[in-house]
Design a protein around this ligand. Structure first.
Ligand code: PBG
Length: 336
């Protein structure tokens, strides 16, 4: 698109001259409705492993509803993504603790829905928090067993649906899981439970911060390259996305969010489903540690990162900074 505009007749700075005009011509916006706060829940009173910067997002299972009711909802953030922190000794090779109906996540979903009925709950579907080896699927003969994992994922999805979850989010990257989960949910009468598929989930060092929170790092030889996408590819992400839509995904996730803005904008053009972006632990920790060092302004940097994901095409953004961003925006609007 060449418009033939030329300086000095055209001066683009005219449209940047004051806050009102900048807001008027803004091509995207960021609001609390776009934000999802991840919360880690476990049995210990405090987060025992990993970077201390994540302590604010950890709660003992029973304390999650109080935090949501008293802190999160008043900020305007009304969607939460739940992740379990399982004790090392409770994990096994099959991840069987993940299928218990009195498990951490099912209990937290029930308690939250009872105390905060207005909340939207997203639960991650994968085996890695529950398995001793840390893989997202069942391991048979040293290989992550795709088809053997599908039924387990479907069972987990139905368990969370039964507890009252709104959205299940398979993050395991097994082939065919969206179809199997949709079928199982429908069979059990959960037609309204939505599927947010991590369609474009790349193998990334930026998840190490998350893994270090769940277990001792590094897990010996843990490598997810046989199921997560290769960072060098983008057409493959489109194939993944289109297959997941065909299988019944309601939304698609792109992850890591900041590293994959190009993928987000590509999926925006090549699919018609609403998209989510995941501002992952490593990306968030980079911003926080840099701001702790006085190198970047935390709130401004966070707002920019989230706005960039909106600009690239995300409807929803999962970010550890959701609460902070909501409070920052609230304060900024009061200053006007
Ligand atoms: C795995 C899972 C991962 C994250 C969420 N679910 C990482 C992984 O694949 O090891 C990472 C989240 C983050 O880093 O913020 N099912």
């Amino acid at each position: 698109m060449y418009t033939g505009e030329q300086f000095p007749t055209t001066r683009l700075r005219r449209l940047r001259s004051c806050a009102w005009i900048r807001d008027l011509v803004a091509e995207s916006s960021l609001g609390v409705q776009n934000l999802v706060q991840p919360l880690f829940c476990g049995e210990a009173q405090e987060l025992e492993k990993g970077w201390k910067g994540f302590a604010p997002f950890y709660r003992k299972c029973e304390d999650v509803p109080k935090f949501v009711e008293e802190t999160l909802l008043p900020s305007g953030v009304s969607a939460v993504a739940l992740f379990p922190v399982i004790k090392d000794e409770q994990r096994d090779a099959q991840g069987s603790v993940g299928l218990r109906s009195d498990g951490l996540i099912a209990r937290t979903i029930r308690a939250l829905k009872a105390q905060c009925p207005g909340i939207t709950l997203i639960a991650d579907i994968a085996l890695d928090p529950f398995t001793s080896h840390g893989h997202d699927g069942i391991v048979t003969d040293g290989q992550v067993d795709n088809d053997g994992t599908l039924e387990v994922l479907a069972e987990m999805a139905c368990l969370y649906a039964e507890a009252g979850v709104d959205i299940v989010a398979p993050s395991d990257m097994m082939d065919g899981r969206v179809r199997v989960i949709r079928k199982a949910l429908d069979k059990d009468g959960f037609q309204n439970v939505k599927i947010l598929s991590y369609a474009a989930k790349y193998n990334s060092a930026f998840y190490s911060t998350y893994r270090a929170m769940l277990r001792k790092m590094p897990v010996d030889g843990l490598c997810k390259k046989t199921y997560q996408l290769d960072i060098r590819n983008s057409r493959e992400a489109v194939r993944e996305a289109l297959m997941d839509v065909t299988e019944g995904a309601d939304f698609l996730m792109v992850k890591p969010g900041l590293l994959c803005l190009d993928i987000l904008s590509r999926l925006k053009a090549e699919t018609a489903v609403p998209l989510f972006s995941y501002h992952v632990t490593g990306e968030y920790a980079m911003l926080r540690t840099a701001s702790d060092e006085g190198l970047i302004d935390y709130h401004q940097g966070l707002w920019e990162a989230l706005s960039a994901m909106r600009r690239a095409g995300a409807s929803g953004i999962i970010t550890y900074g959701a609460l902070d961003a909501a409070l920052f925006m609230q304060e900024a609007s009061q200053r006007l």
